[in-house]
Design a binder for this molecule. Structure first.
Ligand code: EPU
Length: 316
């Protein structure tokens, strides 16, 4: 549809102050699909975001928050909704506010916070080394490494709810766990992160340790990081590597057109050519089927799928 999409000419959308609009653009994602979106809205003020969320909800317009696109896969070549990005100049700041805390805008690049915290005399974010994306998306999915997640570092968060209410939520006032967080139901604007005083030797060692864990991950080809969450092994009750299960199922290198299971790490799907959203989705379903058939374990998708039957991040 896109070309005739009614959103393009909606005067109420164009009248919102504090946002800027672009039509028919192809936003960048790490998976490098060429999906065209009806409207891309860049938010410059909290009020602009509030008005946009209200209008979208009242009209049942599909709306998707997109940061750097490191964990999002568009399901098809066209997205007939609004893709929303936060203006980095307005929402990308970080500052030390005392009491071992950093105040950070949601559009701030996550891994840049590791050296930033060290310069401020703080540590505790070393596990974010080499995790791509912005703080807002990381908080919405409780991104991390292994059992460590960024939501553990929250003191409080400022966000706008789907109904357009500005809220402040403190640690203990929302639920989160392994790679999920209730914060995903709102749009995060800013967070205060509580860290600990820097111990340079420990911090340096932790950065090296977390960087080392990434050496067997395929960052030379476009990908969205790990596609599946590590499931719990029903036999032992322990977490088990999704990558190991996919590998043992013999699926390394298996491809649907340009979408392929990485030869380096089987929980990564890479774009080896001009893969489209439908290729990724077909491969994801196939992996789930084969692993379930061989082990009885259901793999749950960790990446965000935008549109199509598996959609997980589009708000209506
Ligand atoms: N393994 C295989 N074959 C593979 C991949 C892994 O046999 O193709 C084995 C490894 O040899 C190892 C075990 O599986 O014995 C675990 O592998 P790894 O150390 O790579 O950790 P992971 O559990 O697969 C998790 C996170 C990664 C994170 C790494 C390192 C999840 C789903 N994955 O991977 O996070 O980078 O630990 O901290 O939690 C992400 O979330 O996007 C992500 C990449």
């Amino acid at each position: 549809m896109i070309a005739g999409n009614p959103l393009r000419d909606d005067p109420r959308l164009a009248a919102i102050a504090g946002i800027s609009l672009a039509y028919g653009v192809v936003p960048k994602t790490w998976m490098a699909t060429r999906t065209r979106v009806a409207v891309q809205a860049t938010v410059h003020t909290p009020r602009g975001l509030r008005d946009l969320l209200r209008l979208a909800r009242d009209n049942d317009w599909p709306l998707l928050m997109l940061g750097e696109g490191s964990n999002t896969i568009f399901a098809s070549d066209e997205f007939d909704g609004i893709v929303v990005a936060l203006d980095k100049r307005m929402f990308g700041n970080a500052e030390y506010i005392g009491d071992n805390m950093l105040r950070v805008g949601a559009a701030r690049n996550l891994m840049s916070l590791v050296p930033f915290a060290h310069r401020a005399g703080l540590m505790g974010l070393e596990f974010c080394t080499k995790i791509p994306g912005q703080l807002g998306g990381a908080l919405a999915g409780n991104a991390g490494a292994g059992e460590l997640g960024i939501c553990d570092c929250i003191d409080s968060v400022i966000a706008v709810t789907r109904s357009g209410r500005l809220i402040q939520v403190g640690q203990g006032e929302f639920e989160y766990g392994y790679r999920h967080s209730e914060l995903a139901e709102a749009v995060i604007l800013e967070a205060d992160l509580r860290l600990e005083p820097l111990n340079e030797v420990r911090a340096k060692r932790a950065v090296q340790d977390f960087a080392a864990r990434k050496v067997n991950q395929p960052y030379k080809l476009p990908s969205s990081g790990c596609i599946f969450k590590n499931p719990v092994d029903p036999a032992t009750g322990e977490s088990i590597g999704a990558g190991m299960l996919i590998d043992q199922a013999g699926l390394k290198g298996y491809a649907v057109n340009g979408a392929a299971v990485s030869e380096m790490h089987a929980n990564f799907i890479v774009n080896t050519g001009n893969a489209r959203g439908e290729d990724f989705l077909a491969l994801i379903s196939l992996i789930q089927d084969v692993v379930h058939h061989k082990t009885g374990i259901e793999l749950e998708i960790e990446a965000r799928i935008a549109g199509g039957p598996l959609t997980s991040c589009v708000l209506h």
